[in-house]
Ligand binder design. Structure first.
Ligand SMILES: [Cu+2]
Length: 323
C-alpha cells in the first residue's frame, strides 16, 4: 500500500493525509469491485444466454423478478455509500476544526505571488516557513481576483477571496521543502504562481521568525524600497509605469528628478531627496498641481532607513528608464 501511495500521490505529510488517501482508496477499490461484478456478470450472461441455432424464439425472459437480487442491489450500495458518508464527514470535520493552540499565519494571494505574514510581524514572499509537529492555522485572503491555496503533501486546499477570510489548517509531520500551487485560474501569471512550504524543526522555526524582522536591515536600500512600495500600499495610488493614478506615477517623479515641481498654490520647488522626504511625511503642505491632497501622512509609520529606501527605489526607476 505504501509503495502504491508513493506512486499515485505525493508524500503524506499532514496528520490527516493518510486518512484522506485511505478514503480515496476505499471509494476507488469498491468502485473497481462493483465495476468488475457488473461488467463481468453482464458479459457472462450475454454469452451464456446468447441465441443459438435451434433455440425457440422467446420475446421475454421466463424469470421476471428476484427479491433477493433486488435487495442485494439496494443494500450493498447503501452500505458502501453510508460508509463513505460517515468516513467523509469525519475527515471533513478533522480538516475544518482548527486546534486551539494553532499558530496563525496570514496568507495573501495577489496576481501572481503569495505573501505570508507571521504572528510576530515578519513577512515572507512565496516561502511559507512552518514548524513541524505543530498545528498551523492559515487565514487566507486575496488582494485582487480569486486564487486557491493548495499544498498537495498536506492534502488541503482552500480558495482565497478578496474582501473575505477563509481558514484552513494542517500539522506537518516531517521536515522538508514542499510545493504550494495556485489552483484557481487567475490570469496570465497563474502557472507561475507557485510557492514552497518549508517545514522546519520548531526550534529552527523560532530562530527563523526572530530573524525575519531584522531581515530588512540586510537587503540593499532600493530593494527594500521596492518592498515597502507595495507593503505600505504606495502602489494603490502611484504606478510604476508612468500613468497617473490617484497620485503622480513614481516613474514620472523619478524622471523629473532635479526639475521643477509646480504646486496648486502656484509655488514650486526642485525635486530632490528632501522634497520626496517631505512629500511622504507631510504630503498636505505641498499639493502637486492637478492632484487632490488625499495622500495620508506616513509620519510615524516609516523609520529613517525605510524613508531612505523609498527614495533610493524612486531613483533606481530613473536609472532603469535611462538604459
Ligand atoms: Cu492565483
Amino acid at each position: 500500500m505504501d509503495r502504491l501511495t508513493e506512486y499515485l500521490f505525493p508524500k503524506q505529510v499532514s496528520t490527516f493525509a493518510a486518512d484522506i488517501d485511505n478514503l480515496f482508496y476505499f471509494i476507488f477499490y469498491s468502485s473497481i469491485v462493483l465495476f468488475a461484478i457488473v461488467v463481468l456478470g453482464m458479459m457472462y450472461l450475454a454469452v451464456k444466454y446468447r441465441f443459438k441455432k435451434g433455440d425457440e424464439v422467446r420475446l421475454t425472459s421466463s424469470k421476471d423478478h428476484s427479491n433477493i437480487l433486488e435487495a442485494l442491489f439496494f443494500i450493498v450500495p447503501l452500505i458502501l455509500v453510508s460508509i463513505t458518508f460517515v468516513w467523509g464527514i469525519k475527515s471533513y470535520l478533522q480538516m475544518i476544526i482548527v486546534p486551539d493552540d494553532a499558530i496563525e499565519i496570514k496568507v495573501t494571494g495577489q496576481s501572481w505571488f503569495w505573501t505570508f505574514d507571521y504572528p510576530d510581524g515578519g513577512t515572507t514572499l512565496n516561502e511559507l516557513v512552518v514548524p513541524s509537529n505543530t498545528p498551523i492555522k492559515i487565514v487566507l485572503s486575496s488582494k485582487d481576483v480569486l486564487h486557491s491555496f493548495f499544498i498537495p503533501v498536506m492534502r488541503t486546499k482552500m480558495d482565497c477571496l478578496p474582501n473575505r477570510y477563509n481558514v484552513m489548517w494542517f500539522d506537518a509531520q516531517e521536515e522538508g521543502v514542499y510545493d504550494i500551487l495556485c489552483t484557481e485560474y487567475c490570469g496570465t501569471g497563474h502557472s507561475q504562481m507557485g510557492a514552497k512550504v518549508i517545514v522546519m524543526k520548531p526550534a529552527q522555526y523560532e530562530a527563523y521568525v526572530a530573524e525575519l524582522g531584522s531581515d530588512d536591515e540586510n537587503i540593499p536600500l532600493d530593494e527594500l524600497g521596492a518592498k515597502l512600495y507595495t507593503k505600505k500600499a504606495c502602489n494603490t495610488c502611484h504606478t510604476l509605469d508612468g500613468s497617473a493614478l490617484v497620485g503622480p506615477s513614481y516613474l514620472q517623479t523619478s524622471q523629473m528628478w532635479g526639475q521643477e515641481r509646480v504646486f496648486d498654490d502656484g509655488s514650486s520647488t526642485l525635486i530632490d531627496d528632501n522634497y520626496i522626504r517631505s512629500s511622504i511625511l507631510e504630503p498636505q503642505t505641498q499639493i502637486v498641481a492637478g492632484y487632490q491632497g488625499v495622500m495620508p501622512t506616513y509620519q510615524g509609520l516609516l523609520n529613517d532607513r525605510e524613508l531612505d529606501a523609498l527614495i533610493a527605489f524612486l531613483k533606481s526607476l530613473q536609472e532603469d528608464s535611462q538604459i
